[in-house]
Design a protein around this ligand. Structure first.
Ligand code: UDP
Length: 486
């Protein structure tokens, strides 16, 4: 039985970027694309990761692959298969690279056996598909152990790491030691920040490429206010009725019409928030490092404070029943619900814990889009964050963001201009004060939102991401040509 799953990717013309980037930039990009196509002719560029749904990598691959395909580069996306034990180990490594102990289990020979057994099965199929000279981009710790069989097959292997910690600690060291045997033979690496590069991956082998968002996807496409309103009423995230000429539609990735039909499962005390109620929103996986619980406790402080604006909080994440590569989700969600139950009714009534339907990824994205656009303030109070696409998404939508000043979030928000950075993500008093300050100052909300949109537009769109990949692939193929002519 096949263990690898190929995710179908569409085709998207690069010219789609014309309305959102300067003309000169677009012309240069098209020229670069042609050169990249010629260089990569007859090769396949493979992306391999561990999930087709949920998380930052699955978010970026569909559009990046689709643009590459439109210029004639045969780009494909494969998802490996693993059992719950494998994903427990890889989640443990993921936490370690973020400097945290996760479930505290040992990263010992037993863990290595589990890790390697799963990857051996995947590698057997993978090397049947990959040809000599192909480029394989392996994403994140789950796939690092595939490197050697691919190198043996003559592929160019790049390992891309989407996580990291600014100041590596003992845990991070443990995670890197686990991965080291698989990474040492890899010739090229991509990291989201220079600070994340471990010394053994450095020595000119690593480049920094920041993630990007797909501004035309159901997650980020423009939505008229009526559609936002209707989608949120329809999913149960805002109280009804929806506006008269109801429209809960969005455009699917292939250009066909989509419609939000499923409801979110929401833990709450009373009714959904009214449309007019200002919302503070954090959307994340149910992961301890996203600190949903801390956001809730900080918001509880806001409710107890003298803040004159009566906001409500929505914590939203994927329905934990639908995410296979994240075994912790259910526990984290349960813990958030248990803590919510301990809060006084007056506070609980202002906090909504939403599990968003994941059966249809694009519908899920449209709901996230509507919720981010409707938020008065978007929060990302993570304790660790590789980059933080939710921050970019909110900035693109002109929302002011209050987020932890850590990891890649620092590269996105300029404190005080395009959002607010929390010096210490554990400081709930500072968090509450930031929320109140923004909620009470409509002019500041507006100004920060506008600056945020501009910053996202200038720095974090897919076109720049593709150009950076193109430069990396150019180097790789030139090295090959250099070696061949020697
Ligand atoms: N996301 C989503 N549905 C959800 C929760 C999250 O589509 O219910 C998306 C979110 O919009 C973002 C991605 O998952 O695009 C999370 O990426 P990020 O870099 O913020 O964090 P990661 O999950 O990769 O640690």
């Amino acid at each position: 039985m096949a263990v690898l799953h190929e995710v179908r990717v569409g085709v998207r013309p690069l010219e789609q970027f014309s309305p959102v980037v300067p003309k000169r930039h677009m012309r240069e990009a098209l020229k670069t694309a042609l050169r990249a196509r010629n260089r990569l002719a007859k090769r396949v560029v493979w992306n391999v990761n561990s999930t087709a749904v949920g998380g930052g990598v699955a978010e970026m691959l569909p559009s990046l692959c689709a643009y590459a395909r439109s210029i004639g580069i045969d780009t494909r996306w494969l998802v490996i298969e693993g059992n719950p034990e494998f994903f427990r180990v890889t989640k443990r490594i993921h936490h370690a690279l973020h400097g945290s102990a996760g479930d505290g289990s040992p990263l010992d020979e037993g863990a290595r056996e589990i890790y390697e057994a799963t990857l051996r099965r995947n590698a057997t199929e993978l090397v049947e598909m990959v040809r000599e000279g192909d480029v394989v981009l392996l994403h994140d710790p789950q796939t690092a152990g595939l490197s050697q069989p691919l190198l043996n097959a003559g592929a160019h292997v790049v390992w891309r790491c989407h996580v990291g910690i600014d100041e590596p600690n003992e845990e991070a060291q443990r995670g890197w030691e686990f991965l080291r045997p698989y990474l040492e033979p890899v010739p090229r690496f991509v990291f989201s920040r220079q600070a994340y590069v471990p010394t053994f991956c450095d020595h000119g082998k690593a480049v920094v490429i920041q993630p990007s968002i797909d501004v035309f996807s159901p997650k980020n496409q423009e939505l008229p206010e009526k559609a936002i309103h209707t989608i949120l009423v329809h999913t149960g995230l805002v109280d009804g009725p929806p506006p008269d000429d109801a429209d809960h539609g969005f455009l699917r990735d292939d250009g066909s019409p989509g419609r939000v039909g499923r409801r979110a499962e929401v833990v709450r005390l009373g009714r959904p928030p009214a449309w007019e109620t200002p919302l503070v929103v954090q959307i994340s996986r149910w992961d301890p490092l996203k600190d949903m619980k801390g956001v809730m406790l900080g918001f509880a402080k806001l409710c107890e404070s003298e803040c004159p604006v009566r906001a409500e909080l929505v914590l939203a994440g994927p329905n934990v029943k639908g995410v296979t590569d994240d075994p912790e989700g259910a526990d984290v969600f349960e813990e958030v619900v248990a803590t919510w139950r301990t809060l006084p009714d007056a506070i609980r009534g202002r906090i909504h814990l939403a599990s968003l339907p994941t059966d249809d990824v694009q519908e899920n994205a449209a709901i996230v889009n509507a919720l981010q656009r409707h938020a008065a303030i978007v929060v990302q109070k993570s304790l660790r964050e590789g980059f933080g696409l939710t921050v970019t998404e909110a900035m693109w939508k002109g929302r002011p963001v209050v987020a932890s000043g850590i990891g890649g979030i620092q590269d996105q928000i300029e404190h005080g201009k395009s959002g607010l950075l929390l010096k210490d993500p554990h400081d709930l008093d500072a968090f509450e004060a930031d929320l109140c300050e923004l909620l009470c100052d409509a002019e500041k909300l507006e100004r920060m939102g506008t600056a945020a949109r501009k910053r996202a537009q200038e720095n974090f769109l897919g076109l720049d991401h593709l150009l950076k990949y193109s430069a990396l692939l150019k180097e790789i193929t030139e090295t090959e040509e250099g070696n061949a002519s020697r």
